[in-house]
Design a protein around this ligand. Structure first.
Ligand code: SAM
Length: 225
């Protein structure tokens, strides 16, 4: 049974896509999509031996070796131009790690027309990367599963400029303002308020700076909620 989180990521993969799922672990996402004939072909990329072997076992046991190819390698280096990959998914990692993988594999990222990214935390770092590297946010989603809140970002080539608030909260999520979105940011805001209250009263520059940063973030969230 595929998690709600990965199902939602999969729902942004276009039919008949040629997919590269990077950091695939058990290759659950590409196997699910291939099994339901929602994609034509997938690469499941893994850099760690254990998960790589789990992915191979999963693909074999589902009888999908003709459509899902498991490759060992770091980030996007498992993609070759002849694979004609149309979509890349990277899910279940921190935003900064996803941004780093994209940054290091920028040339291969550009082989795809759509990137579907699901950071567990710090989605802003992906938005920042997208802005710098000429990817545009075409959709965003947010969901809660097992008490955790996940964001999904869908990128296609294009230019965009974001405000600070859009970078932090997501330009589309901010507009949709779903219940889950409000829950997430209310939680984050409460945490920042708590930190702010516990910071020492001293006038050291780094403490003043931290306080100012928290106040700005709190205000950004309050303006949107
Ligand atoms: N994508 C799956 C999901 O969302 O459930 C698995 C997420 S799992 C927490 C992260 C996986 O990414 C791990 O199996 C890890 O080995 C892999 N990983 C981390 N850095 C990677 C990199 N640079 N290249 C390929 N895989 C990587």
């Amino acid at each position: 049974q595929l998690s709600e989180r990965l199902k939602r990521v999969g729902s942004y993969v276009e039919k008949n896509a040629r997919l590269a799922d990077i950091g695939s672990d058990h290759a659950y996402l590409p196997c699910y999509l291939a099994k339901h004939r929602l994609i034509d072909f997938a690469i499941a990329g893994e850099v760690v031996k254990g998960p790589f072997q789990s992915a191979e076992r999963q693909v074999r046991s589902e009888g999908l070796t003709d459509r899902v190819e498991v490759r060992m390698g770091d980030g996007l280096e498992v993609i070759r131009s002849e694979d004609e990959i149309s979509t890349i998914t990277i899910a279940g990692m921190g935003g900064p790690l996803i941004a780093k993988i994209l940054d290091r594999g920028e040339k291969n990222a550009a082989l795809a027309s759509r990137l579907i990214l699901q950071p567990n935390i710090h989605a802003w770092s992906i938005r920042e990367w997208a802005e710098k590297n000429e990817w545009n946010i075409v959709d965003e989603d947010i969901l809660e599963e097992n008490q955790k809140i996940y964001e999904i970002l869908v990128l296609e080539k294009g230019n965009m400029t974001l405000t600070e608030a859009q970078r932090l909260l997501g330009p589309i999520l901010m507009k949709k303002k779903s219940e889950t979105f409000q829950k997430k940011w209310l939680r984050e805001k409460q945490e920042w308020v708590r930190i702010l209250e516990h910071l020492p009263a001293e006038e050291r520059p780094e403490i003043l700076e931290k306080k100012e940063e928290l106040r700005i973030k709190i205000q950004m969230v309050e303006e949107v909620l």
